[in-house]
Design a protein around this ligand. Structure first.
Ligand code: HEC
Length: 444
């Protein structure tokens, strides 16, 4: 039994999906892929800019390199944000209760994404537009990017924690905020795998960027050649690919068993093998003679893309495996609820509440119980509640039972500072009314 006893099984909102499920899943995987490429470039670009700018304190060429990369960050950031809308909407629609629950459980961290993203974006613009101004205070300028990188490094951790948490409904009962969700299995290996991907994708991007015919490379750099910079790009990619492969293996071995199937293992392994091939080509590129550095470039790009499709697909398969049992239970729960509520609507039953008789009241017990049930919410013996105290009623109606009964059946509007009392014309039988008034008028 994979689902523990304390698994909360909510009822679903019985609404049709706006698109066929397969289309939404495809949209989710494809749009997420596009989104994550630009996230990789944004984060990878920030890390590499920071690194190169620090290195640039000693070697001016690296400072130029950092400046060139930094110009791409804000553009890639905008692309990432725009392309992030579709996957966010698709996952919300496909996995409404799962995604919502995960986000609600880590509510504070989740909502912090907004201010954090805002601050980090503003920092990258600040960094971009103060390149000349802070030329004399390089350390301050580097610190700005450093802060942006720290924030950028933290945000994906929140996202990863939540998409991970949503797959474990059986853990929801024990999760106390972001930190306890963070330590669920598999979050950190996936995080480092993701960081590797950022470096790998940005490394390849750097190769492409510096290979463009219309890029005024020679006017930009003084001593670096295109080969030098492309080699930096490939070297970064190799480090990233290495991280990806290493942590990819750890991911595979630490995947919680509930979503594992041969399908997931097969696709993940196939994806991983593609990375090894890319790594080999990238290694060839920097060790071959200079004129052959571009030899494998196109193959590398296509293979990386194929890797991403496979890996993204395998994540979706895992999610499906991990959740379908719970989804079936929720569906059954929802169907049962709908059946019961339909039945209840078709056979309405009148519920007559039992009176709580207080034996110490003797023959006044029935009246006392009716009072407690119908009047007690608004009237007390000697205190004003919603209506006046009972002692006041007694002073008005002593010896005038019929007037009292008439008031109860159809109360007037008397006291200007009190609300209107509801009438009890159809709710009390004559007999009950007699018991009730007998009790009220006995109060001393
Ligand atoms: C939702 C609150 C509410 C409930 C329930 C309620 N009353 Fe009242 N009752 C009032 C309010 C308010 C007044 C004062 C109305 C006014 O003076 O206009 C009032 C006034 C009265 C008075 C004084 C009438 C007068 O002539 O001054 C009596 C007697 C009385 N309620 C009896 C009852 C009895 C008996 C019940 C239960 C069957 C009952 N009430 C239930 C709110 C309530």
């Amino acid at each position: 039994m994979l689902l523990q006893i304390n698994t909360p099984i909510p009822k679903d909102i019985p609404l049709e999906l706006p698109l066929p499920e397969w289309l939404l899943v495809t949209l989710l995987v494809v749009s997420f892929l596009l989104h994550i490429i630009f996230i990789n470039l944004m984060l990878g670009g920030s890390i590499i800019t920071l690194w190169a700018q620090i290195k640039g304190l000693k070697n001016k060429e690296y400072d130029i390199f950092a400046h060139e990369i930094s110009k791409t960050i804000t553009v890639n950031k905008s692309m990432a944000v725009v392309l992030g809308v579709a996957p966010l909407l698709s996952i919300n629609t496909l996995y409404t209760i799962y995604f919502y629950s995960a986000n609600a459980l880590t509510g504070f961290a989740w909502i912090m994404i907004i201010p954090l993203v805002t601050i980090a974006f503003l920092l990258t613009y600040l960094h971009k537009y103060t390149w000349e101004k802070l030329e004399q205070s390089k350390k301050v300028h580097i610190a700005i990017m450093g802060l942006a990188v720290v924030i950028f490094l933290f945000i994906p951790l929140i996202f990863l924690t939540n998409v991970n948490l949503m797959m474990f409904p059986e853990k929801w009962g024990t999760i106390k905020g972001f930190m306890s969700a963070l330590v669920l299995p598999n979050v950190f290996p996936r995080y480092f795998e993701f960081l590797g991907a950022c470096l790998a994708v940005t490394g390849i991007f750097i190769v492409w960027y510096n290979n463009r015919k219309n890029y005024p490379f020679e006017e930009t750099y003084k001593t670096f050649t295109r080969y030098d910079v492309k080699k930096i790009g490939y070297s970064i990619a190799i480090i990233g690919l290495g991280l990806q492969i290493l942590f990819g293996i750890i991911v595979l071995f630490t995947l919680p068993a509930k979503g594992i199937g041969y399908d997931v293992i097969a696709v993940m392994t196939a994806a991983g093998s593609l990375l090894v091939i890319v790594l080999w080509w990238a290694y060839k590129a920097i060790t071959n003679e200079q004129q052959h550095i571009d030899q494998h470039f196109k193959k590398i790009v296509f293979t990386m893309l194929a890797f991403m499709v496979l890996y993204g697909g395998s994540r979706q398969m895992y999610r499906h495996n991990a959740l379908h049992k719970h989804q079936d239970l929720v569906a059954a729960n929802t169907a049962e609820f709908q059946r019961l509520s339909k039945e209840a609507r078709e056979n309405p039953v009148e519920v007559k509440e039992e009176l709580e008789l207080d034996a110490s009241l003797g023959e006044l017990a029935t009246g006392g119980a009716i009072f407690k049930q119908k009047c007690g919410a608004c009237h007390k013996k000697d205190e004003k509640l919603v209506g006046p105290p009972m002692l006041e009623m007694v002073s008005i109606y002593k010896g005038k039972v019929d007037d009292l009964k008439n008031w109860i059946k159809a109360p007037g509007k008397k006291r200007p500072d009190f609300p209107q009392m509801p009438g009890f014309k159809d709710q009390l039988s004559d007999e009950e009314l007699s018991e009730l008034t007998k009790y009220i008028l006995s109060i001393k």
